[in-house]
Design a protein. Structure first.
Length: 113
């Protein structure tokens, strides 16, 4: 799965088509991502004793990765993602890097600081 937490994506299908958002959670075992503030549904919650109040809450639901497209950090366009091995880090060891298929530059990894 080429989309990670912190990536900016555009939604390709569904009620929030063409909207952009940030991935708040990636679920690689299901090939799904949760995008902040998009694909929101109203969920009815039953109260559970004294701990939780019942009512209607809004919850962001997962989207399949085939329905979102990564926005390149360099050119700002929606793009497909490739993987190349490039020298990185202080030891200049070759490591896999995500590459934009349009501008052929490395996509910045927002998960690492």
């Amino acid at each position: 799965m080429n989309i990670k937490k912190g990536d900016t994506v555009v939604i390709l299908a569904g009620k929030d088509r063409t909207k952009r958002g940030t991935v708040s959670r990636a679920l690689p075992q299901n090939s799904k991502v949760i995008v902040e503030g998009l694909n929101v549904v109203k969920k009815h919650i039953r109260p559970q004793g004294q701990t939780r109040q019942g009512g209607v809450i809004e919850k962001a639901m997962p989207l399949h990765v085939s329905n979102v497209m990564l926005i390149c950090t360099e050119c700002g366009e929606p793009t497909r993602v490739g993987i190349e091995r490039r020298p990185l880090g202080s030891d200049q060891k070759e490591r896999p890097v995500r590459i934009c298929k349009k501008c052929h530059k490395a996509i910045a990894d927002n998960t690492r600081s």
